[in-house]
Design a protein around this ligand. Structure first.
Ligand SMILES: [Zn+2]
Length: 345
């Protein structure tokens, strides 16, 4: 792709749901030939950071990008196909590796991975265009890995773009943040998520229900739609939690042991978020705000359940889940956090 002169009138086709202002900002930087060396995309999982990063780097390397009348990215050239299959030789994805022994995703992105990335970025591009690296889940960079990444940011090479994605700003060293263009991803309107699901072939009513469950995160809604099993697993978690709140102390401890004995902090966070949303729905029903309930599919079931709780109990549970999240974020042991949680409701 020739990027020496600014593009005059390109048409972009980015399949990102919502975030129009961010897309416009990035597209404008391509048009004006003013792409930054580093970006930090910040927002919760499933909100659209990865989709945005993919569209952005795809537009930077697409062979048709200098054609004024074509769409960017074209989706047809060899570069676009390589991006789609994640095999483009000048675009690197830095992710947490999977442990070959256990099959589980490792806790951290290691310094060796960052070193490897650094050496790849320092090579001449294979295809005389941009080189790009996307660091997903940057909150999982080890301390040393973060320091090594900072070195890359301090010595930028021409036509390289680093995009750092994270859902947890506080874990990223300020020295890294200060060298990036920070773009914050806000929740996407429910109507936009519904429309995107309908485009993917969902029935309107089903789409609206899934969009409500997603809390402004299109990736979550799309995942529920394309993978009904993940939706089932989510609903199962809600049922388990409701049963847990009715169980005696021994049963509660057993549940914590069997469900979370080997769970990672991330998984526990996800579960606590589901619990929080369920409790929020119950509290909304209790206070006659049914129209704001997100778990529409649970419908009358939730109403029956809500009637079984006093407002005081719901308030206490909400407080305890929020507290558990706070402890986890402060690195208190997950087991201690959860045991403390089930002791107190
Ligand atoms: Zn292309």
């Amino acid at each position: 792709m020739v990027m020496s002169k600014a593009l005059s009138n390109p048409k972009f086709q980015w399949p990102v749901v919502g975030h129009k202002n961010i897309a416009a900002y990035l597209q404008n930087s391509i048009v004006k030939n003013k792409v930054s060396h580093a970006y930090l995309f910040f927002g919760p999982a499933g909100i659209g950071k990865t989709a945005m990063a993919e569209s952005f780097v795809n537009s930077l390397v697409c062979r048709q990008a200098d054609h004024r009348d074509g769409l960017i990215p074209c989706g047809l050239c060899d570069c676009c196909l390589q991006i789609k299959n994640r095999i483009h030789p000048d675009v690197y994805w830095l992710e947490r590796p999977t442990d070959p022994k256990t099959g589980r995703v490792k806790k951290n992105i290691s310094i060796d991975q960052v070193r490897e990335l650094k050496s790849k970025l320092s090579l001449r591009p294979f295809l005389d265009s941009y080189k790009a690296a996307v660091v997903t889940e940057a909150q999982h960079l080890s301390q040393e890995a973060a320091n090594a990444l900072l070195k890359t940011l301090e010595e930028p090479t021409a036509k390289t773009v680093l995009i750092i994605l994270t859902d947890n700003f506080s874990w990223i060293p300020k020295t890294i943040v200060s060298r990036c263009q920070v773009l914050k991803f806000l929740p996407v309107a429910q109507s936009e998520i519904t429309a995107s699901l309908v485009e993917r072939g969902a029935e309107k009513l089903a789409a609206a229900k899934l969009a409500a469950l997603a809390y402004g995160r299109p990736g979550i809604a799309i995942n529920y739609f394309s993978d009904p099993e993940s939706l089932q697993a989510y609903q199962e978690k809600i049922k388990e939690f409701l049963a847990l709140t009715q169980a005696d102390l021994i049963q509660r401890f057993r549940f914590i042991q069997s469900e979370f004995g080997y769970a990672e902090t991330d998984e526990i966070f996800q579960t606590l978020n589901i619990w929080l949303k369920t409790l929020r729905d119950l509290a909304l029903i209790k206070t006659q705000n049914q129209n704001l309930v997100t778990n529409i599919s649970a419908g009358s079931d939730l109403e029956k359940i809500a009637n079984g709780y006093s407002t005081a109990k719901l308030t206490n549970l909400l407080r305890q889940v929020a507290l558990a999240k706070k402890y986890l974020a402060a690195n208190v042991s997950p087991r201690l956090t959860l045991e403390n949680f089930v002791l107190n409701f």
